[in-house]
Design a protein around this ligand. Structure first.
Ligand SMILES: [Zn+2]
Length: 348
């Protein structure tokens, strides 16, 4: 009987261990690219398995999976299918990533087989713990990390964190740890977030997301600017130009954000108009705005306060206003901060 329990324990712990990471999308990708490289036909069943594999199933829709499939055939197959990627950043990024994967094909496969993914997950949680300067709350439910090949990016999705394996492969070990710790920060933060505020409407969601990404970016971009990050870590000229431009406009854009929120709070514009105006400046989940704000907060010596209140958007904007005053002698206005304080329920 005791042996049986021991066996059950072993099975259960192996199962838990294996759930942290999923590489089935990477494996289905390699099955298809191996065949194409050998001049073999890809069956409907192969494509089905590819589409149904864990990371592709939750990360892509019909539009994105078609870009992936077309790019695979283009890069790894013998016939060149013409991909019109003019004005389509995603198509350009996927194609460039697949060309890199093809170039490093055998070493990527060796990496997939030998790399210690479980240690990476463990080290990323430790990194998050040291960033937050406290013991991680043990009641937080972590998500598994699913790997795929698409464009060099990673995202926190409802059921898992999804990350491009070529991105991880190309990074240094410290960059990998920081990148996954950034994604774990989103998972951890969601445990403490004010869901009633965040999901009340798109405006509040965006206001919170700017704070969320702004703090998370200090985990993986703390020692660099966008110029460095997009040239050395991501390796994309297109994204580098885009993000530098957004960062340069961030201070003005935050002022604009403040203006439209105040107008909305005073019923001078309705919700739809406010969202239309918000979309003009809220790009890529508000990353550049948030990163600019957290950098100002850190420059003003307020980093510890920002981290202590990591899940409260009002505190993030209040600290930014304080930082702006310390660094430049200007600040956000009371109408904006007062509205946000009330809407988030962060009243004294
Ligand atoms: Zn993020």
């Amino acid at each position: 009987m005791r042996n049986l329990f021991f066996l059950l324990f072993l099975i259960t712990s192996t199962f838990t261990f294996a759930q942290n990471v999923d590489l089935s999308s990477v494996d289905e990708f390699f099955k298809i690219t191996d065949k194409l490289k050998n001049g073999e036909e890809i069956s409907d069943n192969d494509w089905n398995n590819f589409e149904k594999s864990k990371a592709y199933a939750i990360f892509t829709n019909k539009y994105i999976i078609d870009i992936a499939k077309l790019s695979i055939q283009n890069v790894f197959g013998s016939c060149n299918i013409n991909i019109d990627n003019s004005n389509n950043l995603l198509k350009t990024l996927v194609l460039a990533n697949y060309e890199e994967i093809n170039y490093n094909y055998s070493s990527l496969k060796t990496f997939r087989d030998n790399y210690d993914f479980e240690s990476l997950i463990y080290n990323a949680k430790s990194r998050l713990q040291s960033f937050l300067m406290c013991e991680l709350d043990s009641s937080v439910e972590w998500k598994p990390v699913y790997f795929l090949f698409l464009n060099k990016d990673g995202q926190d999705r409802d059921s898992a964190i999804v990350i491009d394996l070529n991105l991880i492969y190309k990074m240094t070990e410290q960059q990998r740890i920081d990148f996954i710790a950034h994604e774990f920060f989103h998972v951890y933060r969601s445990h403490f977030e004010n869901h009633d505020f965040n999901y009340a409407n798109d405006i509040y969601f965006a206001l919170d997301m700017i704070a969320n990404e702004g703090i998370a970016d200090q985990i993986d971009k703390y020692n660099m600017d966008y110029e460095q990050y997009y040239s050395t870590v991501i390796g994309s000229q297109e994204l580098k130009d885009e993000f530098i431009n957004l960062y340069e406009n961030a201070e003005k854009d935050i002022e604009y954000l403040q203006d439209i929120i105040v107008q909305y709070s005073k019923n001078q514009i309705d919700k739809e108009t406010c969202i239309d105006k918000l979309i003009e400046i809220y790009k890529y989940n508000g990353h550049a705005l948030g990163f600019y704000m957290s950098n100002q907060i850190i420059m003003a010596g307020l980093k510890d306060e920002m981290i202590k209140e990591f899940y409260k958007p009002y505190e993030f904007y209040r600290l930014y206003s304080l930082a702006l005053y310390k660094n430049k002698g200007i600040s956000l206005n009371d109408d904006f901060l007062g509205f946000l304080k009330e809407a988030t329920g962060e009243l004294d």
